[in-house]
Structure formats: C-alpha cells, structure tokens
Unconditional design. Structure first.
Ligand code: CAA
Length: 273
C-alpha cells in the first residue's frame, strides 16, 4: 500500500519509519529545503532500530521504498497522515492538497489536541479522522484514533486495521479537546512545572518521584523536554481556551519558550541535554 506522510519532523519521520518497517511504500512530503533533513531523520531512526535488532530487513532495503518529495503528484494512496506543526490552517491546507491528489485515501491527522471536526471543515469529512502517534513512534505501543461526527465508520475501521497491522494497540476517542492522552499528559506536565515554580522539589526529584513512585519510564519534566516545551505550551493554551483555566500554562513554561529553551531539540529545557 502507498501511504503519504506530510511533514518530516520528529513525528513524521517516526511515522515514516514505522510504515516502511510495516511494508508500506512511503511518500514523505516536506518543504524543498527540508528534504535532506527529513530523509536523514528517517534513516537515523531506522539505523537505531537496526542496532537494537528490531528490524527484519536492512535499513537500506526499507529506504528504497521511501520517496521524499516537495510536491504531491496524483498518487493512488490508501492513507495520508499529516504531521505538520499544530496550526489548524496549515493542517487544513496540506490535507486539502492531499484530498485532491489522493482521491481514495483516508485522511488522518497526527494532531495532539486540535479539533478533528474543525479540521475536517471544507474537506471530504467522511474520510478525515485523528490518528495520534506517540514519540518515539517506532517504540510507543499506542495509536489514539479520534472520531468526529462526520467520519464514515468504515474509515475508522480501516485506520484501526492498519494501526494494528503495524503492531500498535488502538484506543478510540471522541473528538473532545486533548482527546484522552494529551488532556491527561498536559495536566500532569503543567502541574509538575507549577510545583517547580513553587519550589516544592527540584526538577530531578519531581521526575524521580514519578519514575520510581509511579513507574513512569521518564518523569513529567524530562518528558516535556522530549516532546518540546513549545509543543506542550501550544497544547496547554488550546486546552485552556477550550476547557478552562485549569490548563493555563505556568509563567515558567512561557519564559523558557521565550528564551528559546525548547527542550531536547535545543539542548536546554528543564534539563541540559
Ligand atoms: N527505533 C528507533 N529508535 C529507537 C528504537 C527503535 N525501535 N528503540 C529505541 N529507540 C531510541 C529511543 O527513542 C532513544 O532515542 P535517543 O537515542 O535519541 O535518546 C534511544 O533509542 C534509546 O532507547 P532506549 O530504549 O535504550 O532508552 P530508554 O529505555 O531510556 O527508552 C524511551 C527511551 C522509549 C523514550 C522511554 O524513556 C519512554 O518510553 N519514555 C516515555 C515517552 C513518552 O511518554 N512518549 C509520549 C510523549 S507524548 C506524545 O508523543 C504525544 C504528543 O502528542 C505530544
């Protein structure tokens, strides 16, 4: 099956890796000046998986099924997954282009919190759903499927089947702000930052508390660094607007983002990487 992935950042590259390992032909669409970086990110992720003995084929064999392009020609794709930044208009624009170029494809968004119903406006809404992956995509077990009112049931069933064929476990969630995972993840993340602001404990000790006390693989502050402080800030602002001030982002988060300390990707967040 041909699958189109739009956006070759952390999530898009991880999704492309997963699809290649699962036997898909992948067309990865990004801006012309990002094509080398996008291909490089997929290759790096595949190399890591190979080092850990997680691939059944050599990375080069898988990469032979990857086309990295800056323009989408008409493509008989079954599935399109967009993973561009969390901007509703941008996501609508790229999905509209894909809807025309891939008339038979399911149109999935990897958004972590934006309304799928709002995203589907002006698109063939029966083909649109949320297909939310988790970082690092090849490792995390979950795919969260998000259903808005206008999606066709067979589209949800297809997305479930594809995710399961890729080895993922699926949860189905109605199109509510933050779905199931971002709402809870951001709630804990924001509270951890407020606790740091209030001097309840050090960043290291807050994280160790959740890691060793609750069995989290990494604490909420290190996880915020992994996801990106800018990404979490955008989700928190969206959830505060939709669900109320309990999601309001703490000043410390805003200050760090304003300083350009975005977490692991810039080398500095709540920790130095
Ligand atoms: N393919 C590619 N890369 C792999 C891999 C594989 N099969 N297996 C491991 N890796 C990568 C890891 O991502 C990690 O990358 P870096 O070297 O760049 O750090 C590295 O190899 C080390 O992996 P290990 O398994 O040795 O390390 P670990 O045991 O510490 O596990 C972890 C790392 C998987 C990230 C683990 O700490 C974890 O599960 N953390 C929680 C992650 C999490 O909660 N993710 C969800 C974030 S929220 C989200 O994504 C949604 C959103 O909308 C914002």
């Amino acid at each position: 099956m041909i699958t189109v992935v739009i956006g070759g950042g952390t999530m898009g590259a991880g999704i492309a890796h997963l699809l290649l390992a699962g036997g898909h032909e992948v067309v990865l669409l990004d801006a012309a000046d990002r094509l080398d970086a996008a291909r490089g990110a997929v290759a790096k992720s595949l190399a890591k998986a190979a080092e850990r003995g997680k691939l059944t084929a050599a990375p080069d064999e898988l990469l032979a099924r990857l086309a990295v392009v800056d323009r989408l020609d008409p493509t008989p794709a079954g599935l399109v997954v967009e993973a561009v930044p969390e901007d509703l208009d941008l996501k609508r624009r790229v999905l509209a282009t894909a809807a025309d170029a891939c008339p038979d494809a399911v149109l999935a968004s990897n958004t972590s919190s934006l309304s799928i119903g709002a995203l589907a406006e002006g698109l063939p809404g029966d083909r649109v759903l949320g297909m939310h992956f988790f970082n690092p995509v090849p490792v995390q077990q979950l795919v969260e499927l998000v259903r808005h009112d206008g999606v066709a049931p067979e589209v949800v069933a297809k997305a479930r089947r594809w995710a399961e064929e890729l080895g993922k476990t699926v949860i189905e969630v109605r199109d509510a702000p933050g779905f199931a995972t971002s709402r809870l993840g951001v709630a804990v993340g924001m509270e951890a930052i407020r606790m740091l602001e209030e001097g309840v404990a050090s960043a290291e000790d807050i994280d160790t508390g959740m890691r060793l006390g609750y069995g989290w693989p990494m604490g909420p502050l290190r996880l915020t660094d992994l996801v990106g402080l800018d990404v979490r800030l955008a989700i928190a602002e969206h959830l505060a607007a939709e669900l109320g001030p309990r999601f309001a982002p703490p000043d410390l988060l805003r200050a760090k983002v304003a300083e350009g300390h975005l977490g692991r990707k810039t080398g500095q967040g709540f920790f130095t990487w």
